[in-house]
Design a protein around this ligand. Structure first.
Ligand code: HEC
Length: 469
């Protein structure tokens, strides 16, 4: 692989200049009625898919950013981004954690306690407004160059760069409030039979489950090149995928233009060097805690976007602009498929979707009367056997030291390619962000608590503890 390709593939992170231009992240507006409909979603593919498209519309809807307000004399910059692109990456979370830690130590050097709700609340504004300016790496020229790029729509889309995982404020706040218990789970073996902490807390590593406005995405950005990968997901394609378990190699096509795929074009690299980079959003995983076992949605780009998993795309998505009508959707909300015929509602209105959904429901049932759900993304779930999965079964192990390859290789322990429910409790409430297989935030929390890592005070910024006891 050439150096250029490596640069294109490597996920970058939200830079301080970008965070300042984006501002504080927009919260996820969760649906308060959703959790009461859990069994309806499990039993009706139609109810499930309609709900999923509504989640997608909220995640993609334009959210205001800080750029126009920062310099009122220069109003010609983009004022909005799709909501998920305003969310926090790992660099934001670690900076917020360090600031809270330093503030706590400033109050009483010997103390270790949970962060107070008001501290967590105020750290987001500090992170977006004060932190960037006080960093030794802060660069006014980079800031101005990035600002100038926001006059062009594809330039604006590059805010936040190709950060792979972005988290809503509700998600990050919960992680920060639980840093001590999450640190306590690092390196623990958590057997499948270990019971949950309580009836209303199915985790092993948090004082409570995530709140309903917790949401997190994982983005698949394809670097620019002469060819672009394309996949087919008709009923026949899904049937052969489930027979082998593994997504086939893609077809190579001419890269789609910005009207056909969400595209970012940065003219400067994250270090401020002029280096044009185009990236296309091929895939988007979306996870929201509106249901107890989360809502699992995945979007993937398609050359034939109105067939099969795109055939029921609602008007609310079309209204968001041309590129967003080129993505297909899969969704699960449970381990087992309780809809006896997931295609039944679509036989007239969307026959290619009806066929594809029916071929994703294995007959005869895998075990007794239970059939596992299916949802997988051809651009992301590339590992062997990772095509015949359902998101929720693998993520149940989030918070442990297990790896994707280890899980998929052990059919005896993790049956049906990880799809079957085998855990009594869910260590980190279904997320991998604290684990070594994911962002490894648990290790950062633990090393800080153990004194192996000492966050420093940032010049010019006084951490402000609030709500003193
Ligand atoms: C076989 C295991 C496995 C399957 C199946 C799987 N994931 Fe993940 N997922 C992971 C791991 C491991 C990570 C962390 C590493 C990374 O970011 O790639 C992750 C990361 C994520 C993240 C970022 C937040 C986090 O928890 O780290 C999201 C969002 C996500 N996955 C959604 C999905 C969705 C939606 C599906 C189904 C379409 C899915 N995943 C299927 C293992 C899996």
């Amino acid at each position: 692989m050439s150096t250029d390709e490596e640069i294109g593939h490597r996920a970058q992170s939200v830079t301080p200049e970008d965070r300042m231009l984006i501002g504080v992240a927009e919260r996820y507006p969760s649906d308060p009625e959703a959790s009461a409909r859990t069994s309806e979603f499990a039993g009706s593919m139609k109810a499930r898919r309609e709900f999923a498209w509504r989640v997608v519309a909220k995640i993609l809807s334009p959210a205001p950013i800080a750029a126009p307000k920062l310099d009122p004399d220069d109003p010609d910059v983009s004022a909005v981004l799709p909501r998920f692109q305003t969310w926090y990456g790992k660099t934001d979370v670690v900076a917020a954690f360090d600031q809270l830690w330093v503030g706590m130590k400033a109050e009483a050097p010997g103390q270790v306690r949970d962060f107070r709700a008001c501290e967590v609340e105020s750290v987001f504004r500090w992170n977006a407004e004060e932190r960037p300016r006080n960093l030794s790496t802060w660069n006014r020229d980079v800031y101005n160059a990035r600002r100038a790029e926001l006059r062009d729509i594809e330039g604006a889309h590059s805010l936040g760069r190709n950060t792979r995982v972005l988290m809503s404020p509700g998600f990050v706040g919960h992680l920060l409030r639980n840093y001590r218990t999450l640190a306590g789970c690092v390196n623990k073996t958590m057997p499948l039979t270990q019971p949950p902490l309580s009836a209303d807390n199915h985790t092993l590593c948090m004082t409570s489950e995530f709140p309903a406005d917790a949401a997190v995405i994982k983005a698949g950005w394809e670097p620019d090149g002469p060819a672009f990968p394309a996949y087919d997901t008709s009923a026949a394609d899904i049937q052969s995928l489930l027979a082998t378990g593994t997504w086939p190699a893609p077809r190579s096509i001419t890269p789609p233009g910005p009207d056909a795929i969400y595209t970012m074009r940065a003219l400067t690299s994250s270090t401020g060097q002029p280096r044009p980079e185009t990236k296309r959003l091929a895939a988007l995983h979306i996870l929201t805690k509106e249901l107890r076992d989360w809502v699992w949605i995945s979007l993937f780009w398609s050359e034939k976007p109105d067939l099969d998993f795109g055939a029921d795309r609602p008007e609310s998505i079309r209204a968001l602009g041309a590129p967003w009508s080129h993505y297909k959707l899969v969704v699960t909300t449970a381990y087992d498929e309780d809809d006896p015929d997931p295609g039944r509602s679509y036989t007239e209105s969307a026959p290619t979707l009806a066929d594809a959904l029916r071929s994703a429901r294995p007959t005869p049932p895998v075990e007794g009367s239970s059939v596992r759900t299916w949802a997988s993304n051809p651009y992301i779930e590339r590992d062997a056997r990772n095509g015949a999965t359902n998101c929720v079964g693998c993520h149940a192990h989030g918070g442990t030291k297990l790896s994707v390859q280890g899980l998929l290789a052990d059919e005896a322990q993790y049956p049906d390619n990880t799809r079957r429910r085998v855990r009594a409790a869910f260590p980190a409430d279904y997320t991998w962000v604290t684990s070594p297989s994911g962002m490894d935030l648990g290790a950062i929390f633990k090393e800080t608590l153990d004194g192996a890592r000492t966050p420093g005070r940032l010049p010019g910024t006084q951490p402000r503890p609030c709500g003193r006891p």
